[in-house]
Design a protein around this ligand. Sequence first.
Ligand SMILES: [Zn+2]
Length: 250
Amino acid sequence: MDMMTMNLSRYKEIKKTINTVLVPIGMVEAHGPHCALGTDVLIPREFVKRLEEKIGDKMLMAPEVAYGHSWGLSPFAGTIDISSEAFSNYVFEICRGFYKNGFTNIILLNGHGGNIANLEIVAEKLADLGGRVLTLSWFIDYREQIKEIASEPGHAGEDETSLVLAIDPKLAYTEGVGNHEIPIPKKLKFKDGGRTLYPEGFSGNAGAASVEKGERLYDLLTDLIEKDIEMLWEIESKQGGRLNGVTVDS
Ligand SMILES: [Zn+2]
């Protein structure tokens, strides 16, 4: 259920039975020369659309956090990088707001690699508060399954580019776009290292992306995300049901 278009009367009504909120987390950054700058927002949006059709009656779909943290891509034009400190505090406070509203199950649906470490901090702080938090980064959590469809995934790589093309073929192109391996270990950091890590701002075989692969990836990934959300609800019921959120007025 979409929060942005919901009135307060309806919101109060659904809060009586729903305690799960999904917050999409994105990034605005360079995605090679070929993929939309908003890729990390657009893909989670599409997941939300598809999840809404399947299990949308059981949760609130919150507005997205569009800007995130990207140390690696910060030397590239098109990247709007928020510091780890500001970003993690901001996301935590948004989620704390939902917790206070009674949403004790919080799903962070993340579209961007640079956010992951910060979202771990957010999840731990929310868990300490009393929340139950599920953090999903589709490109990491389901990487092995993704490779069965897009064998050379990466940042704006075969998987991401395909997922963007499947939303709208005008959002990306593959012509003349090559295959970039990450040339140095990611664990090694130095100033402006992203320029070495991501030649031309991407990794993986973007040239092999297609609308058809994107469609297959959406089917696969939406199912996997749905299964993980069902797992959250299953664990909730094993743990004895709803946690006690610090509710504001009902
Ligand atoms: Zn991305």
